[in-house]
Design a protein around this ligand. Structure first.
Ligand SMILES: [Zn+2]
Ligand SMILES: [Zn+2]
Length: 217
């Protein structure tokens, strides 16, 4: 599965290992700024906009079976706060480490893994092809792992008013007096009935209260 599409050395996420060579222990450091590929991040939540700069710092190390790539990607991710829905930006630092194997690594005198393990491992293995490797899948995984699944604009973002949708950060004293009192009263009522006909009453009371509210407006 690894050798399906030929890698294009002009692709900015494709790196060349010819200079590094195949002598185990050889090291090479590379840095490159690329334009973010499409859909880099967690779709619909937060990500690096397509075309935005991504700074890559890589360390290539030649080992017996391939090239061990260690690196960091830095970029500005954009999304929106899950609580208040305001746009937010986040300085993303994504670290990664990945082994890119020579396709012929198993033929170079190294003990082969047991056949069963081999088949499973091959699914996820990444290979060097014609001396090139494609960092894109590694970068994508690292960026997703480094981003928050539930980004917030700040840790204590109070979010939106559950009744009118106002942004509470803009208006900390925001409240709805009439409704609050009514609900508080109902909650008190429900509480006092707790031991008695709880199921019947607490289910019924809020519904009729809501109906009254609408009529008043
Ligand atoms: Zn927020
Ligand atoms: Zn409100």
């Amino acid at each position: 599965m690894a050798l399906n599409a030929r890698l294009d050395h002009r692709n900015p996420l494709v790196f060349d290992t010819h200079e590094l060579g195949r002598r185990p222990g050889a090291l090479q450091r590379l840095s490159r700024e690329i334009d973010a590929p499409k859909d880099l991040g967690i779709q619909g939540v937060i990500g690096v906009p397509e075309g935005a700069p991504v700074e890559l710092g890589l360390r290539l190390e030649s080992v017996m079976e391939g090239v061990l790539v260690t690196g960091t990607a830095r970029a500005l991710a954009k999304g929106e706060c899950v609580r208040c829905l305001e746009p937010l930006e986040l300085e993303l630092v994504a670290d990664f480490q990945e082994m890119f194997s020579y396709p012929d690594a198993d033929d170079r005198g190294r003990p082969k893994a047991e056949p069963a393990d081999d088949a499973e491992e091959d699914e996820d293995r990444l290979f060097i092809e014609d001396g090139l490797f494609d960092l894109e899948p590694v970068l994508r995984d690292a960026v997703v792992l480094a981003l928050p699944m539930q980004p917030v604009c700040r840790d204590d973002c109070p979010g939106l008013c559950s009744q009118c949708g106002a942004r509470l950060a803009d208006d900390p004293d925001h409240h709805h007096d009439a409704v609050d009192i009514r609900w508080a009263a109902l909650q008190g009522l429900a509480g006092s009935l707790e031991d008695g006909e709880k199921d019947e009453m607490s289910g019924e009371a809020p519904r009729s209260a809501r109906a009254n509210e609408k009529q008043e407006k």
